[in-house]
Design a protein around this ligand. Structure first.
Ligand code: PBG
Length: 338
């Protein structure tokens, strides 16, 4: 940017536009609109189940009946979309429930679309919650490479899961596994099954992050051995995120995601400025937990910090905000606090 020197332009006084709330709002560059919010929800078997998640105050594992109530309340406040994660009754080494037509996610999608037709239902497409070992892909069981996560054989399972979600009525499918080539495999499978119009929101730059800790309690998806560093990205890398995103766009992603959010604002900014695609940021469980814990101690002002951190994601380039605080934000909007 070519700014005039102060000598030529001595009258610019930035504080002029900060004098009143109305002036500040008028000149504000970015806003936290409710229309951009996505609320993640966890569904588990049973009826009338609301299991609190210790490390995520205000977030629950819900049975489908309770989940519909939670989604309805959020939607009533203006939240347009939910992101669904399933906790199946049984896990196995092939993640069978991930692609079962009457699986926990598939049946909950059907219920949600019947009860709340205008709510967008996004489904997380991954295998970790459904695998006995908790990894996002098939695991090599024998030989020299025992314990390795197998890339290509996993793609067929992910594609089956995505098709089963679309078949149940999912509005968007969101692969979060980080296997190479999964967007292409999912796009081809969706097209082949008559779901050419179902968009893919790809967790494109997803880092191997310690900020996912509380989520793994919520989704009961912690790996039983090892970690996810052979498939999720190294937090030290920024340029690699651009290659990951480029690949996912080439393979057919309609929305690309950066995850986690607050510690990766540089990545978000580069992704948005490089590709200009619809871009989502996922404020993950650990980000939520940090704010909740500090607020519970009286160390941070919860509402102000939540608003500021999500506004920062918008400023960095996010169009879509995935946040466990979506309903709170919508309520603060309604009450005129934002
Ligand atoms: C599944 C998945 C994870 C998250 C979203 N999808 C966990 C992981 O990769 O271990 C994390 C979300 C959060 O922390 O809020 N692969």
């Amino acid at each position: 940017m070519n700014l005039p020197s102060l000598a030529q332009f001595p009258v610019y006084r930035p504080r002029r536009l900060r004098q009143s709330a109305a002036l500040r709002r008028l000149a504000q560059e970015t806003t936290l609109d409710v229309q951009r919010l996505v609320l993640p929800l966890f569904v588990r078997p049973g009826r009338r189940v609301r299991n609190p998640i210790g490390s995520m105050p205000g977030v629950f594992q819900l049975s489908a009946d309770e989940l519909v109530k939670e989604a309805a309340a959020a939607h009533e406040l203006g939240v347009p979309a939910v992101l669904l994660f399933g906790i199946p009754a049984r896990k196995d080494a092939r993640a069978s429930e991930a692609y079962a037509s009457k699986g926990i996610v598939q049946s909950t999608v059907r219920l949600l679309k019947r009860e709340l037709p205008s709510l967008l239902v996004i489904t997380d497409v991954c295998l970790c919650e459904y695998m006995s070992h908790g990894h996002c892909g098939l695991v090599e069981t024998a030989g020299r490479h025992a314990g390795r996560i197998r890339n290509d054989p996993t793609l067929a399972l992910l594609a089956r899961a995505a098709v089963s979600h679309a078949d149940a009525g999912a509005d968007i499918v969101a692969p979060s596994d980080m296997m190479d080539g999964r967007v292409r495999a999912i796009r081809a499978a969706l097209d082949g099954a008559g779901f050419a119009d179902t968009p893919i929101m790809a967790y494109a730059a997803k880092y191997a992050s310690a900020f996912y800790g509380p989520f793994r309690e919520a989704a009961e998806s912690a790996p039983k051995f090892g970690d996810r560093r052979s498939y999720q990205m190294n937090p030290a890398n920024g340029l690699e995120a651009l290659r990951e995103v480029a690949l996912d766009i080439q393979e057919g992603a309609d929305i690309v995601m950066v995850k986690p959010a607050l510690a990766y604002l540089d990545v978000l900014y580069r992704v948005k400025t490089t590709f200009g695609c619809p871009t989502a940021a996922y404020a993950v469980s650990g980000e939520y937990a940090m704010i909740k814990a500090a607020a519970a101690n009286g160390w941070l002002a919860e509402k102000a910090v939540t608003i500021e951190s999500l506004l920062a994601l918008r400023r960095a380039g996010a169009d879509i905000l995935i946040t466990y605080s979506a309903s709170d934000l919508a309520r603060w909007h309604r009450d005129g606090d934002i």
